[in-house]
Write a protein that binds this ligand. Structure first.
Ligand SMILES: [Zn+2]
Length: 139
């Protein structure tokens, strides 16, 4: 499933109905999960990470790397799937799902990781839902 940018619109009540309280706190209220606790922090299965809110594919497992920061790290999102918005303090860049606006985490650049982009998408596990490559789901 691929959703066009901004195509998933729900009210706060509708989101509360489909998300767990913790998913709601992070995806819709821009919360952050405690480092080192996320389901995908040290997970390296082959497949695709979809938005936990709307199911849009966001990251491929081939772009995931071990940053040691305590959250899943990716050096590149699926083209067009991720929006970037500077935080009000101007220090960090927030990343959100382009389709539903769900909060994913932040992106950092120029940290010197040996990746093709030298970017680190620092993403909350709870914002993601992994689909293994060998499943029947169409990607
Ligand atoms: Zn989404």
């Amino acid at each position: 499933m691929t959703a066009a940018p901004g195509s998933v619109q729900k009210s706060e009540e509708e989101w509360r109905a489909v998300l767990s309280p913790e998913q709601f706190r992070i995806l819709r209220q821009k919360g952050t999960e405690y480092p080192g606790t996320g389901e995908y922090d040290k997970f390296y299965g082959e497949g695709v990470y979809n938005c936990a809110g709307c199911g849009t594919p966001l990251y491929r497992s081939t772009t995931k790397f071990n940053s040691g920061c305590g959250w899943p790290a990716f050096y590149e999102g699926i083209p067009g799937a991720i929006n970037r918005t500077p935080d009000p303090d101007g220090r960090r860049i927030e990343i959100t799902c382009a389709a539903c606006g769900g909060h994913l985490g932040h992106v950092f650049k120029g940290e010197g990781f040996p990746t093709p982009t030298d970017e680190r998408h620092c993403v909350n596990s709870i914002s993601l839902k992994f689909t293994p490559a060998n499943s029947d789901a169409k990607i």
